[in-house]
Write a protein that binds this ligand. Structure first.
Ligand SMILES: Cc1cc2nc3c(=O)[nH]c(=O)nc-3n(C[C@H](O)[C@H](O)[C@H](O)COP(=O)(O)OP(=O)(O)OC[C@H]3O[C@@H](n4cnc5c(N)ncnc54)[C@H](O)[C@@H]3O)c2cc1C
Length: 220
């Protein structure tokens, strides 16, 4: 059972200012980016709504070589060289040309973070903010204030709420880690969930709605 470590209440002091790079999301992608930037001299701020490693986002199995190359072997838990499939009629075993390993999410994130020289803050990203001045920096609104940087990395997972355009899943889409809570947090007033009758996300319907002119929209 994960222990909640995210700062709450008075501990959530205002967060403002500008940085060279702002990495939003401190899981695999965000930490990998911050790791790459280590030693560059850039002032990098990484933010996530949870503490690093606090909320597991994956079943945590990857090729062993990836752990080796990233210096993360201490997080390895088990190693497998065979793919086993259990069916009602029996088991099938396939020898793999490489091994894959399971790893501890929290430990892997901590090990990645050790290789970074960035600063970390817990903050919930709400979306893009209005740029404070004309320096071309991108402003990001969080629950602790507006942070800006000329380079912002959206590593918020499949939501990618900072992205613009059609490639981005709608804000009300179901999250694999707590559908009801997430939906409440992200759904905008007056906006209906893009969900079909069976409770699944209906992205094609949502896209069609977006493409229709506002005066043609009868159900929004
Ligand atoms: C059930 C399941 C099992 C999986 N198992 C595996 C596996 O075994 N091996 C594998 O390689 N891949 C697996 N995957 C895929 C893998 O989990 C993803 O590819 C990976 O997590 C993507 O990493 P990411 O850093 O882009 O995003 P994420 O890991 O989703 O991280 C996003 C980060 O952004 C933060 N965040 C999100 N929204 C906000 C916000 N508004 N404000 C602040 N922070 C925010 C989150 O807290 C999180 O830390 C699995 C996926 C699922 C659904």
């Amino acid at each position: 059972m994960p222990i909640r470590a995210t700062k709450r209440g008075d501990q959530r002091t205002p967060l403002e200012g500008s940085h060279d790079v702002l990495v939003c999301g401190a899981s695999f992608a965000g930490l990998a980016v911050a790791r790459e930037l280590a030693g560059s001299g850039a002032d990098v701020l990484v933010i996530d709504r949870y503490e690093i490693g606090e909320r597991q986002t994956s079943a945590c199995g990857i090729p062993t070589e990836w752990l080796q190359r990233l210096g993360l072997m201490a997080a390895e838990r088990q190693r497998f060289d065979t793919l086993v499939m259990h069916t009602p009629h029996g088991d099938a075993r396939y020898r793999l040309p490489w091994t894959f390993s399971t790893f501890d999410y929290r430990e892997l994130c901590a090990l990645l973070w050790e290789q970074c020289d960035a600063r970390f803050e817990t903050a919930k990203v709400n979306g893009r903010g209005r740029p404070a001045n004309g320096d071309g920096a991108i402003a990001v609104e969080t629950d602790r204030g507006t942070v800006s940087a000329p380079l912002v990395v959206d590593a918020l997972g499949w939501r990618r709420i900072l992205g613009l355009g059609d490639g981005v899943q709608p804000a009300g889409a179901r999250d694999r880690r707590g559908a009801a809570e997430q939906e409440q947090e992200h759904e905008r007033p007056g906006e209906r969930s893009p969900r079909g009758h069976h409770g699944r996300c209906d992205y094609s319907r949502r896209r069609a709605l977006r493409q229709r002119r506002p005066d043609q929209r009868s159900d929004q």
